[in-house]
Write a protein that binds this ligand. Structure first.
Ligand code: MSP
Length: 494
């Protein structure tokens, strides 16, 4: 951390054929918490947080056609929904990229041309032409093996894949597999958690990974970026999409690119690990660029064991949660439900009870009680600086650096509970009634201790709940401390 000079963090760019849901929200919330944490540590100007939308390809074109809207209008509309959702959740990204941005499209074409000229370490052309054939699932936007089908259908989309055969351009992945494996093993490219790293190494060991195509015929996929040297072809949507992480920085000459590449943290769920751990490093190696430092892979959330999707009608809209709980509480409820990396069912039915217990009765009540007692018994005056619980705060920093968001929140809520118990045990309301000098002194010490605890809690909450944390710190730093006129968290009605 001491020598960390800059921090570049990315989320996947989300497909606009789907509405933003709680799965997309999870990755984006995690990125937001980390970005806020590092901004405090190394300065706002040294952190870059990128998110955006992936807008080309057969899948999007199909969705637009189904909606009876021109694809550009369609992507404008859905991309806007993502931006509004992130605004509602108070996500402080530095850039929102769209793959239909002119600048992105132009740089992708430059990248493709560079790849076309590049040679592999074995001296072969990186890009070559060949016949492509196989079963293609439009939902996954990828070719799928016969053996992966369940009763002839794509296991994720429950749809029959199409038989495709066409003349395409290919990327010679084969020539990069060994280097990639070695970089993953040596942790030059870290993959977290270990289980995912081993998964990738397992894939690499098989050695029969096919090359991947970087283009599709215009006939089969008309909605995309033109391949600069072959007018019959469009860029394959994954090459277009993965490039966003450098086109956003104005690769190759942009100042942002010089400053921020390589990425320090690329977040995603395991569904797109293969693209990021194999294709993406191979493309970067072919461009002679450093690889991202770390890929961080979280679990895939299901609803009653099923994938969330519009088709299945089980999508949880984060905007609805924000309406009920507010942005910061929604983020808290989502992050505290399970550990990063765990695969699990999302249980929004548990949110109301948790909101009342942890936020209304836990943190909110503590703030009310402590500030009320300082106001009533000490005339609002605490003449000391809060004592920093350095060990506790450092411990939380380590949790954040190692993506243990849930653990960090549990520790903060332990401290909240501890403080509430401390109030109950010391009963300042009784001390305040006593005439004894030692009781008056004890009252002061008890309230000073609580003041310090609250201060540390607010500090710890900064990356998770920037506004609430600020509210608490503002109350504590006022000349005269007063109980807030409104509770920090409104009790849920009924
Ligand atoms: N467009 C590609 C990514 C290109 S990145 C160069 C894509 N888009 S997506 O809309 O399907 O988003 C996938 C990502 O969204 C996952 O990797 C994850 O970050 C997040 N999630 C989407 N659904 C999710 C769950 N049900 N659970 C957890 N995360 C989920 O793939």
């Amino acid at each position: 951390m001491e020598n960390l000079k800059k921090y570049y963090i990315t989320t996947p760019i989300y497909y606009v054929n789907d509405q933003p849901h709680i799965g997309h929200a999870y990755t984006t919330i995690v990125a937001d918490v980390l970005a806020r944490f590092y901004r405090e540590k190394i300065g706002t100007e040294n952190v870059y947080f990128l998110t955006g939308t992936d807008e080309h390809g057969a899948k999007i074109a199909e969705s637009a056609a189904k909606a009876g809207i021109d694809p550009q209008k369609f992507t404008d509309m859905v991309s806007q929904k993502f931006q509004v959702t992130w605004q509602n959740l108070d996500i402080a990204y530095d850039q929102f990229i769209r793959t239909t941005d002119i600048q992105h499209q132009k740089i992708v074409q430059d990248i493709l041309l560079k790849l076309k000229e590049a040679k592999t370490p074995q001296g072969q052309d990186v890009i070559y032409q060949a016949e492509y054939q196989g079963l293609y699932c439009v939902g996954c936007e990828k070719f799928i093996l016969e053996s992966e089908l369940v009763e002839g259908l794509c296991p994720d989309h429950h749809k029959k894949p199409e038989q495709l055969a066409e003349q395409n351009w290919f990327f010679r992945l084969q020539d990069y597999l060994e280097i990639i494996a070695q970089k993953i093993k040596s942790e030059e490219l870290k993959i977290y958690p270990d289980s995912r790293k081993n998964e990738v190494l397992g894939l690499l060991e098989k050695q029969n990974l096919p090359d991947f195509s970087i283009s599709r015929s215009k006939k089969s996929v008309p909605w995309g970026i033109d391949l600069p040297w072959d007018e019959t072809q469009k860029a394959y949507v994954w090459v277009d999409a993965l490039s966003n992480y450098i086109t956003a920085l104005d690769y190759p000459d942009g100042e942002k690119f010089q400053k921020f590449w390589p990425a320090d943290c690329q977040l995603m769920a395991l569904d797109i690990l293969k693209f990021h751990a194999l294709y993406w490093p191979a493309i970067l190696l072919a461009l002679d660029l450093p690889l991202p430092k770390q890929l961080n892979i979280h679990g895939f959330f299901t609803i009653n064991g099923q994938k969330m999707s519009k088709t299945l009608g089980n999508v949880i809209d984060p905007n609805e949660l924000v309406k009920i709980y507010g942005a910061e509480s929604t983020k808290y409820l989502i992050l505290s439900q399970f550990s990063f990396g765990a695969e699990s069912d999302i249980k929004v039915e548990d949110f109301p009870a948790k909101y009342n217990a942890d936020l209304v009765n836990g943190l909110g009540n503590l703030v009310n009680r402590v500030t009320n007692m300082i106001e009533q018994y000490l005339g609002g005056e605490i003449n000391l600086k809060a004592e920093l619980e350095t060990e506790f705060l450092q411990d939380l920093e380590i949790d954040l650096q190692s993506l243990k968001f849930r653990d960090a929140l549990l520790k903060i809520w332990d401290l909240i509970q501890e403080a509430n118990i401390f109030v109950d045990q010391n009963k300042p309301w009784l001390l305040s009634k006593s005439e004894k000098k030692e009781d008056q002194e004890k009252l002061k010490i008890v309230l000073e201790k609580l003041f310090s605890k609250l201060y540390n809690i607010a500090q710890a909450l900064k990356p998770f709940m920037p506004e609430k944390s600020q509210e608490i710190l503002a109350i504590l730093s006022a000349d005269k401390i007063q109980k807030p006129s409104e509770p920090l968290f409104k009790r849920l009605e009924n």
